[in-house]
Design a protein around this ligand. Structure first.
Ligand code: DQA
Length: 149
């Protein structure tokens, strides 16, 4: 099973940005964490990060017929991007929304999520661990789907 982990703007600044909110781990640490989790779960993982909305849309489109499941933290674009939602709908790949912080306890403008309308699960406030939980959720969702066929 092939999982693509997509991260949006400023996630490359982990370890530097607002450590009180996002922790001290860097983006590289996040990738290492996900690689280890993927090995433990027996899935193949690849990564994409961009600060640009259109590049995130392109990455989702390129996943069509190549990737089985998407873990997506659209970061600030969570709260603004219809284009990312539409891209997920277009490729129709099972996806889980992840946020490192607990967005439900933050500003009003973070209470809207466009991708939530598509993603079958949302995980917030678990730090890096949320990405592993998302991979687990994809594994069970996809294997359940396969059983039903
Ligand atoms: C975030 C939460 C967003 O509101 C914020 O814009 C981010 C990161 C998170 O992982 O907690 O950049 O998606």
């Amino acid at each position: 099973m092939k999982i693509l982990v997509i991260n949006g703007p400023n996630i490359n600044m982990l370890g530097i940005r607002e450590k009180n909110i996002y922790g001290a781990g860097t983006y590289e640490d996040l990738l290492d964490f996900c690689r280890n989790a993927a090995e433990e779960l027996g899935v193949e993982v690849s990564f994409f990060q961009s600060n640009h909305e259109g590049d995130l849309v392109d990455a989702i489109q390129h996943a069509y017929k190549v990737i089985d499941g998407i873990v997506i933290n659209p970061a600030a674009y969570t709260h603004t991007s219809v284009a990312i939602l539409d891209a997920l709908k277009a490729v129709s790949i099972p996806a889980v929304e992840v946020h490192i912080s607990d967005v439900s306890k933050r500003e009003d403008f973070r209470q809207i999520s466009y991708v939530r309308q598509y993603c079958f699960k949302t995980i917030t406030g678990m730090g890096f661990e949320g990405y592993k939980e998302a991979m687990k959720a994809l594994l069970s969702e996809i294997s359940n789907g396969a059983e039903k066929q």
